[in-house]
Design a protein around this ligand. Structure first.
Ligand code: PLP
Length: 375
């Protein structure tokens, strides 16, 4: 089995699995005052500390959620609620993940003015375009760090730092899901007021996410009730998954540079092989090396995906979230129409090898020989 779908989700690492099991064993309710509760609370706080340390935040600035989608929904609707009565503009990009894009679409229906900054002719989002879209009437700027379909890295640090200097009242939110523990990320350097994180993209289990909210930034709770997470996110904490998240962060936070180097070598090899065999590459060397968009012109992505699957190779067509729907993001990036329907996303983890890339390329050549082209 060759797994090249790590942008969709990752295999939980051994440390995370062990930590989940430990969290299941320590089944006290973290809100209980007796010893078992205190023990469970300690486990949560250790995971909170690992995440805070990894992004240069204080422990009190980290809140656990069920996933990054919940984090982004909470941030976007929350800021719209607190600041949106007087300030009606939201600045975002046209290439956001649906967990951000759909929230902005919804607010637009309720009277917000949403400005979606699009990539230039080279497929790059320019910091100046984000900055110049912000004005005194802007309540929120929400832009992703790494695009989940092409791996494009957005100039968030450049954009957000200029925005915070000129419009300190505008809240900056960044969906950091595909960049976290893959490229360097410190919240202060990024000038982000809020960020969204997901466990399952970094070898922790599914169903656990987190939010960083800078001290002093007010976001109202999305879920109300028993007042867990300092009243911000009610509901008994999922101790096992939080433990798994913390363990994965502990495992991967000190090896960002070396894993990046490895992903970079894999990507370089993939691009060389694609070039050698006439397979088009949509991404480029400025993108995250973990996410690579390629296209075998004339062959539908979904047909290719199943052809590869029969050979034990797992990839995505565009993004896993688009579930076979034509991705508007691929089009937004200016990828030529002839490649849009035949795009595959090859996303790496540290477990992938050059030999696996050879197998992928061999299978794509075989697909070209055996399948009917639409060209
Ligand atoms: N943001 C990006 C960029 C993603 O790639 C994903 C998942 O595909 C999400 C958000 C959603 O993450 P979660 O599954 O934790 O809600």
């Amino acid at each position: 089995m060759i797994y090249f779908d790590n942008a969709a989700t990752t295999k939980p690492c051994d440390e995370a699995v062990k930590a989940v099991m430990n969290g299941l064993d320590r089944y006290g309710n973290p809100s209980s005052l007796q010893g078992m509760g205190v023990e469970a609370e300690k486990l949560i706080n250790a995971a909170r500390n690992a995440i805070a340390k990894s992004i240069g935040a204080a422990d009190e600035e980290i809140y656990f959620t069920s996933c990054a989608t919940e984090s982004s929904n909470t941030a976007i609707f929350g800021i719209a609620k607190t600041l949106g009565k007087r300030k009606k503009r939201i600045v975002t990009t046209s290439v956001e993940h649906p967990s951000v894009a759909v929230c902005c679409d919804e607010l637009e229906k309720h009277g917000f003015e949403v400005v979606r900054v699009a990539p230039d002719g080279e497929g790059r989002i320019n910091a100046d375009d984000i900055i110049s879209a912000v004005d005194d009437n802007t309540c929120l700027v929400s832009c992703m760090l790494v695009n989940n379909e092409t791996g494009r890295i957005l100039p968030i640090e450049q954009a957000f730092s200029a925005i915070k200097r000129r419009f300190p009242q505008a809240v900056t939110h960044c969906d950091c899901v595909q960049g976290y523990l893959k490229i360097p990320l410190k919240v202060k350097k990024l000038s982000a007021d809020i960020i969204s994180l997901s466990g399952h993209k970094i070898h922790a289990p599914k169903g656990i996410g987190a939010m960083y909210i800078k001290k002093g930034v007010r976001v109202p709770p999305f879920m109300r009730g028993g007042g867990q997470e300092k009243g911000f996110r009610s509901g008994t904490e999922c101790v096992p998954l939080i433990c798994g998240f913390g363990a994965a962060v502990e495992r991967y936070s000190d090896t960002i540079a070396e894993r990046f180097e490895k992903a970079h070598s894999l990507r370089k090899y993939l691009f060389e092989k694609c070039d050698e065999h006439g397979i088009h590459v949509n991404s480029d060397m400025e993108c995250s090396p973990y996410i690579n968009s390629i296209a075998l012109e004339g062959y539908k992505s979904e047909v290719l995906l199943h052809f590869l699957e029969q050979r034990g190779i797992y990839v995505s067509s565009g993004s896993a979230c688009s579930k076979g729907k034509k991705s508007s993001v691929i089009k937004e990036f200016g990828i030529a129409e002839k490649y849009q329907d035949s795009t595959l996303r090859i996303s790496f983890s540290e477990e992938n090898t050059l030999e696996q890339i050879d197998s992928l390329i061999e299978s794509l050549i075989e697909a070209r020989e055996k399948l009917c082209s639409t060209r």
